[in-house]
Ligand binder design. Structure first.
Ligand code: CO
Length: 490
């Protein structure tokens, strides 16, 4: 036994829970009544912000993101607040200049964020460095996060080495993030044991129950000495979400590391969230609640699978589902075996679809070309030389090897000026949100404040509900009409 300390549970119901099972549509107003109880549980941390919640809150719920953070911080003052942060992409889909990343961290810390879980879709630590440093500067916790994926170039050792590097970069903890629920228990045991014997900072694991492996994987990680795990509250748990807290604790009964969260209170939490789940019924789907072993065959995140079923239908390519998903590993290989997580999951999926529809690389999307040319960072394996050359010719852009943000000019002053011109408040809060979601912020600003703040979505016409995604990508391909790619956040 690596450790005899009880394992700590972090709770994800206010972020990943509804992001995975209700298309990120839980408004702040539905969270606030239960906050005192959540805050009284002694969870390691409450994941309350980041990931898709900022985009979705702005786009669909009419909430200014910092208002939610303020409200939740006030309602849960005792427990640490945690957010998911996409490194140089912050909580959006492209790279931002360092000063915007720094301002975002500073501002979030000022509004009460305690733990920043920082990852990069390519596991390129250069894209995480600026955020990690900024978090340390404001005296908050930087959790360096490793995206788990399977490929011929990813071994147990790859992940352990990444953990060591993140500790050396000054992180306060290392998180193994399994966004697709693909880690089998034995593999989790090996990686966690390896991390525990090679680094001193706490080790955390995050997974999803999508393929039915989440809870056994956590169990194996607990045996291997993991310090904390992420659980949620049913029905915003299990299926495509995290294993639920009550079940996970029951599973660990009599285990030397079993924690002791109040089961009566857990029951109360469950009853409350059951009611909320029903109210958000428009955004939930039976399909997400069960176990889907398809993700194991395709080795892609569940969100990507369900999203592409819809997208292929829109493209009248339903009959090509197997072909498109067989194309995914081919595209990944040529693009250097990149992990599939926002935004790479959308980019690889779309390129696979284009390859099947028009022939391989006949329609090369600008985003896929950018990956091939290094504009997203260093890929786990080199990009195929021919594909890189093709991207260079088609885009007219040179390949790069530097950290992508090194090519970005500082952005804050320009953002401030743009906001001033539009008559929108020009403080750091608005600047960083405007940098990522300019149109959404403008739209929000056009409405009277009282009409949008912390509003319930119940009386709104659901947008994009048939396809529970949180955003869209416009992809225009030479010769073809631009089409919109829905973003399924992971
Ligand atoms: Co997750």
């Amino acid at each position: 036994m690596a450790s005899s300390k009880p394992v700590v549970f972090n709770n994800t119901v206010l972020r990943d829970g509804h992001q995975s099972l209700a298309a990120t549509r839980m408004p702040t107003s539905m969270m606030l009544p239960i906050c005192p109880l959540l805050d009284s549980m002694d969870f390691g941390a409450l994941e309350t912000w980041g990931g898709a919640t900022i985009d979705s809150g702005l786009r669909f719920l009419g909430e200014f993101p910092f208002d939610r953070l303020d409200a939740l911080k006030k309602a849960c003052p005792k427990t640490k607040h945690m957010m998911l942060f996409r490194g140089q992409n912050i909580v959006a889909y492209s790279h931002f200049p360092d000063d915007v990343v720094q301002a975002f961290v500073r501002t979030s810390a000022k509004h009460g964020m305690d733990i920043f879980r920082i990852f990069d879709a390519l596991n390129d630590t250069r894209n995480m460095e600026c955020a990690i440093k900024a978090v340390k500067e404001v005296g908050k916790e930087a959790h360096g996060t490793i995206c788990y994926t399977t490929s011929p170039v990813h071994t147990v050792d790859t992940f352990i080495r990444l953990g060591v590097e993140l500790e050396e970069m000054g992180c306060d903890a290392v998180v193994l993030k399994d966004m697709a629920g693909l880690i089998p228990p034995y593999v989790a045991h090996e990686i966690i044991s390896g991390l525990k014997s090679n680094i001193k900072i706490p080790v955390i694991i995050h997974t999803h129950e999508t393929a039915g492996m989440g809870a056994p994987t956590y169990y194996a990680a607990v045996d291997a000495g993991v310090d904390s795990i992420d659980t949620s509250i049913a029905p915003f748990a299990n299926g495509t979400g995290q294993p639920d807290t009550a079940r996970m604790q029951a599973l660990l009964k009599d285990h030397p590391r079993c924690p002791s969260y109040d089961t009566k209170k857990l029951r109360e939490l469950h009853l409350y969230f059951k009611k909320i789940y029903d109210e958000l019924g428009f955004y939930t789907s039976k399909k997400n609640e069960g176990i889907d072993t398809d993700v194991l065959n395709y080795q892609v995140p569940g969100g990507m699978l369900s999203n592409f079923r819809v997208q292929l239908k829109e493209q009248k390519m339903e009959d090509k589902f197997d072909q498109v998903f067989a194309e995914v590993p081919y595209v990944r290989e040529k693009l250097g075996w990149i992990p599939l997580v926002t935004p790479t999951s959308q980019i690889v999926g779309t390129q696979a679809m284009m390859n099947v529809k028009f022939g391989r690389w006949k329609m090369f999307t600008p985003q896929a070309m950018d990956i091939a040319l290094g504009y997203y960072g260093r890929t786990p394996a080199p990009v195929d030389a021919e594909v890189r050359k093709l991207a260079e010719e088609k885009s007219g852009k040179p390949p790069i090897d530097c950290r992508p943000a090194d090519l970005k000019k500082p952005g804050m002053e320009d953002l401030r000026e743009q906001l001033r011109e539009k008559g929108i408040k020009d403080d750091d809060e608005h600047c960083v949100i405007y940098a990522m979601f300019p149109q959404q912020l403008e739209d929000l600003y056009k409405k009277p404040r009282s009409a949008y703040a912390l509003k319930s979505p119940a009386d709104k016409k659901p947008e994009g509900a048939a396809n529970p995604s949180s955003g869209t990508f416009k992809i225009s391909i030479d010769g073809a009409a631009p089409h919109t790619v829905k973003v399924q956040q992971l």
